[in-house]
Design a protein around this ligand. Structure first.
Ligand code: TTP
Ligand code: MG
Length: 367
């Protein structure tokens, strides 16, 4: 069974501003434009001089007709009492990175699509659709508790339907479309709900007498290909809820490492071995949690004269087990200690894994 989640944060920039300024809660909040470099304009002046467009706004502001890409001046006409906040991109990027890091371990495969959207392949983590729904609920709770923000999630057999499903109930939505329910779910939606269908494609489809996805699914694929080329074929597939696209893992971790400073500096091989094994276990737990595999293992020693020595070994193929990390780390420790013979004692030990890959469903047997 293939289960894909699409997660989209609710009114992302505006929700972050509300989280940072709780007095804004429940109010129309409009995020857009930039702060004047000269600083705060006088009262009243700021809104009259509003330039640029709305990046996003709270759902309270949407109820008044304000939306993304609308000129700020127009938003002000619609609601002079709204809180107008300039874009603070550095903050939103930081929050986005925190949320993506929080989401990553929930998926066997992960694809970030934009600042506030991601796909998660959880096919190997759940057995049926009720479990998938409960899994998505847990993710919503985690984002709420750990980031103080709400999101909407679509759960479906592929990326296309998951994306449409996440937008289906917003904000704070959870829409599950199991395999058997896909045709019925799509049937009642207008063609504009298909990703990629903008006003232009919508107008052409209307000329062909096609307004709903159901009509598109039943239409002659050759007519669509004649009109749209290859995209016509894709449209026909999409209307039937068919989408085989895999998730594309863009985010790659360069390395995983753990280190520890010793309470007492030592040269005792027994003690150092125990320390290395404990670190290997911790790095291995990180690896498992992130669904990764490794090709390189390394050990680092810092001595009491503050000199730092590292030694790494790269394998011919990827590994996913703890045993190889432990064995390699012990051997590298022995080599390093041998090189640094003398009176120097060790004050810090580290274990690092690099040349990382993603453990996908087919490679699960590695684990
Ligand atoms: P969206 O996910 O499209 O919008 P949203 O998160 O604000 O609201 P929704 O609840 O409908 O998902 O975009 C994410 C962020 O990207 C949004 O918070 C601000 C930014 N953005 C712009 O700067 N300009 C735009 O035109 C749009 C659509 C978004
Ligand atoms: Mg969003």
């Amino acid at each position: 069974m293939r289960v894909i989640l699409h997660i989209d944060m609710d009114s992302f920039f505006a929700s972050i501003e509300v989280r940072e300024h709780p007095d804004l809660k429940g109010r129309p909040v409009v995020v857009g434009g930039r702060l004047e470099p000269r600083g705060e304009p006088a009262a009243g002046e700021s809104v009259r001089k509003l330039r640029g467009v709305v990046s996003t706004c709270s759902y309270e502001a949407r109820a008044l007709g304000i939306h993304s890409a609308m000129p700020l001046a127009r938003a002000y006409q619609l609601c002079p009492d709204a809180a107008f906040i300039p874009v603070n991109m550095a903050v939103y990027k930081r929050v986005s990175a925190e949320i993506m890091a929080l989401l990553r371990p929930y998926a066997a495969k992960f694809e970030q699509v934009s600042i506030d959207e991601a796909y998660l392949d959880i096919s190997t983590r759940v057995r049926d659709w009720p479990e998938a729904s409960a899994y998505a609920s847990r993710i919503k709770t985690a984002i709420c508790e750990q980031a103080g923000l709400s999101c909407s999630i679509g759960v479906a057999p592929n990326k296309l339907v998951a994306k449409i499903a996440s937008a289906f109930t917003k904000p704070d939505g959870l829409t599950v479309v199991k395999q058997e329910a896909v045709p019925e779910f799509l049937a009642s939606l207008p063609v504009a709900k298909l990703p990629g269908v903008g006003p232009k494609a919508e107008a052409i489809l209307q000329e062909l007498g096609i307004e709903m996805i159901e009509q598109l699914a039943r239409s002659d694929v050759q007519v669509l290909i004649d009109r749209f080329g290859k995209y016509g074929w894709w449209l026909h597939q999409a209307a039937q809820g068919i989408d085989e696209r895999e998730l594309v893992e863009k985010w790659e971790r360069k390395s995983l490492s753990r280190e520890t400073t010793l309470d007492e500096h030592t040269r005792d091989p027994e003690l150092l071995n125990r320390c290395i094994e404990a670190l290997a276990k911790r790095v291995y737990d990180d690896l498992l949690r992130e669904g990764l595999i490794y090709k390189t293992a390394a050990v680092k020693l810092k001595f009491d004269d503050f000199s730092v020595h590292t030694r790494a070994r790269t394998f011919r193929s990827f590994h996913a087990d703890l045993g190889t990390i432990e064995k390699t780390a012990r051997e590298l420790l022995k080599e390093l200690s041998g090189e640094q013979a003398g009176e120097k004692k060790v004050r810090l030990v580290g274990v690092r894994l690099s040349t990382l890959g993603v453990l996908d469903a087919k490679q699960q047997r590695f684990a």
